[in-house]
Structure formats: structure tokens, C-alpha cells
Design a protein around this ligand. Structure first.
Ligand SMILES: O=C(CO)[C@H](O)[C@H](O)COP(=O)(O)O
Ligand SMILES: [Fe+2]
Length: 219
């Protein structure tokens, strides 16, 4: 089954409750929350207080994408705030294995993100310890960017690696996914689709999610 994870980065922050109710009614599988520190990426987004508030109003699993340097400083806080999947960037961790281990110990589902130019080999000695890989298909930092050409090949290569080395790992893709390319990324092997602008900037959020799911499932 293909999972859909709306990225609230493109939601209306003055009307977040409404946007969350809309995506819940469209049966999405998790909420993707982008945390940016202005150092790892050239943008600042939202943090722990907002996640705590979201946790109080939804049962959806919270998928926390940490685009922050040295995420080990805040793992406990993000788990206590209600994070379920905790994704750290391989490029942002000096001791990736230790960070993943601490996410697991604290009760989170550890996940590792890779920037578009980062080779899949960084996963070689960590793939057995994680629940998900987040493959960036844009350079992280902003919503609404275009999917980078050639990333389908990387998705396909990652899918093969996962099947060989740890088939329990989920493959999440994030960045520039829309109605036009969702079936290609699913064909290449993606299991979890993050979409921000394609969902929240559309005229009808619920209808867009239904259509994305139909395309993803080839119906
Ligand atoms: O991590 C991200 C940006 O760094 C976002 O999750 C991603 O860009 C989603 O937005 P869109 O679907 O509009 O590209
Ligand atoms: Fe993200």
C-alpha cells in the first residue's frame, strides 16, 4: 500500500486545524512536519511547541523531518512532543549510528534522510537499524521546488538496496511530487509520498489527495 504524507510546510498556518481535518478526512497516513534551523538549510520553519499543539488535535502519526545540524541535541524533545518517525539527515550527524540508536531507545522510529547528491553508500552500515529512508528529490529548505531530473534512478537503486539488505525499511520520497510525476516515483519504488505544495496549494485538498492516491495506485 502506498502511503501519503502531506507536508504541512505549505499549509495555512493561521488555519492549521482546518487543513489537518481536511487531510484526515482524505485518509492520509501520516503528517509530515519539516523542522529547519537556518544552518543546515537556508530557511527557518517550525519547532517543538507547534508539534506539541498538533499532537493534541490529531491521531495521525507525526513524521518529523529534522533539517537541523547536530539533531542529537533535540531527539528527546521531539519524541516527547509527540514525534513518531524521527528523520535525521546523514549529512547533519557526526555520529549517525549513535543518533539512530538513541531515537530507537527513546521509543521513536528512526529514519535517515539523504540529500540529492549524497550517495546511497552512506546507508551501508545503518540500514539494519532504521525503519525508513527519506530520499530528498529537491535540495532541502523550501516547499514548492521542482523534482530534480534523474532522481527516479536513485529511487530505483535505493529500492534494490532495501530489498537486498533490509526489506522492512520504508522508502519515502520528499520534494516536488505532484500529479504529473507521482506514478513514476511509485513505479521506481517509493512507498511513502510526501507532498506539500501539490496538496495545500490546490483548490480542493481532499480531492487532490484522492487523485494522487489513484495515480499512485495506478487506478
Ligand atoms: O522537506 C521539505 C523541503 O525541504 C518538504 O517536505 C518538501 O519540499 C515538500 O514540499 P513540496 O511537495 O512542495 O516540494
Ligand atoms: Fe520534508
Amino acid at each position: 500500500m502506498i502511503m501519503i504524507a502531506p507536508s504541512i510546510l505549505s499549509a495555512d498556518f493561521t488555519n492549521l486545524l482546518k487543513d489537518i481535518r481536511d487531510v484526515e478526512q482524505a485518509n492520509v497516513n501520516m503528517l509530515h512536519i519539516d523542522v529547519m534551523d537556518g544552518h543546515f538549510v537556508p530557511n527557518i520553519s517550525i519547532g517543538i511547541p507547534v508539534i506539541k499543539s498538533i499532537k493534541k488535535i490529531t491521531e495521525l502519526p507525526l513524521d518529523i523531518h529534522l533539517m537541523i545540524i547536530k539533531p542529537e541535541r533535540y531527539i528527546e524533545d521531539f519524541i516527547n512532543a509527540g514525534g513518531n518517525y524521527i528523520t535525521v539527515h546523514a549529512e547533519a550527524c557526526l555520529h549517525l549510528h549513535r543518533v539512530v540508536e538513541s531515537i530507537r531507545k527513546m521509543g521513536g522510529k528512526p529514519s535517515v534522510a539523504l540529500n540529492p547528491a549524497t550517495p546511497l553508500s552512506v546507508l551501508d552500515y545503518i540500514i539494519n537499524e532504521i525503519d525508513m529512508v527519506l530520499l530528498m528529490t529537491v535540495n532541502p529548505g523550501f516547499g514548492g521546488q521542482s523534482f530534480i531530473n534523474g532522481m527516479e534512478k536513485k529511487i530505483w537503486e535505493l529500492k534494490n538496496k532495501i530489498q537486498k539488505e533490509n526489506p522492512r525499511v520504508r522508502l519515502q520520497v520528499d520534494g516536488g511530487i505532484n500529479m504529473e510525476n507521482i506514478s513514476d516515483v511509485v513505479k521506481a519504488g517509493a512507498d511513502i509520498i510526501v507532498a506539500g505544495s501539490a496538496i495545500f496549494e490546490s483548490r480542493n485538498v481532499k480531492e487532490t489527495i484522492y487523485k494522487l492516491r489513484k495515480k499512485a495506485e495506478g487506478i
